[in-house]
Design a binder for this molecule. Structure first.
Ligand SMILES: C[S@@+](CC[C@H](N)C(=O)[O-])C[C@H]1O[C@@H](n2cnc3c(N)ncnc32)[C@H](O)[C@@H]1O
Length: 208
């Protein structure tokens, strides 16, 4: 399945990485997918299209993001939300009149799947513990890149592994965010779980 960009920004922008990512998700056929770090919602929309093609309406997508800069996330690496392309700037500012990095804009991008999605605005450090993980069978961890945040995200996501589920972490080995690798390596070591590096950027974690 092709990974579409929907005229927005995404971290899965390099050639073919989006397709490889979707192929990996398709191999697991999850019914209840959680994305930590939604940003413009491009991966969210692609995942919903994929899960809909596999399960029709029998799937759920939950997305969690700060959706906006605040003092709460000043320590986090937030991707540049501004477009270099002037056509995109005009499209969002004057035609859609939306900030693509907002709950409203992502809700609108996913409106086709309104009955299957649940978008949550907030900080994973405080919100993940309120999410019922017992039904989630796939987590795409791509939110905050600070060591403490990744550590906390992994710990709160870990019940998914007991459901025979998968945690896929992005940005392992990112030179400017070494806390990601440190937190992932520690989690794997402490919990004695199975891990595999995929496409030189993701780490797939599953139960041994
Ligand atoms: C790399 S982007 C996500 C890209 C998206 N997964 C994609 O494929 O296009 C990281 C996102 O994590 C969010 N984020 C950073 N720290 C967070 C936190 N503590 N809680 C929730 N979201 C966070 C940022 O707002 C940003 O949108």
């Amino acid at each position: 399945m092709k990974y579409k960009k929907y005229f927005r920004k995404t971290s899965l922008k390099q050639d073919n990485i989006g397709e490889q990512f979707l192929k990996e998700i398709a191999s697991k056929k999850p019914h209840n997918f959680l994305e930590i770090g939604v940003f413009h919602g491009v991966t969210a929309r692609n995942v919903c299209e994929l899960l809909h093609s596999i399960h029709q309406d029998d799937f759920k997508y939950i997305g969690l993001d700060l959706f906006g800069e605040s003092t709460e996330n000043s320590g986090e690496i937030i991707p540049n939300t501004m477009f270099n392309n002037p056509i995109k700037k005009i499209y969002f500012k004057y035609i859609l009149r939306q900030d693509p990095y907002s709950l409203i804009a992502v809700t609108s991008l996913l409106k086709k799947f309104k009955d299957n999605i649940h978008l949550i605005q907030g900080n994973s450090n405080s919100l993940l513990q309120k999410i019922d993980m017992s039904k989630i069978d796939y987590v795409f961890l791509d939110g905050g890149h600070a060591y403490e945040t990744v550590k906390s995200d992994l710990n709160y996501s870990s019940p998914v592994l007991d459901n025979n589920g998968t945690i896929l972490c992005d940005d392992y080995n990112l030179s400017y965010a070494p806390g990601v690798k440190k937190a992932i390596d520690e989690f794997i070591e402490i919990n004695k779980v199975k891990s595999e590096i995929l496409f030189d950027r993701f780490v797939k974690i599953e139960k041994n």
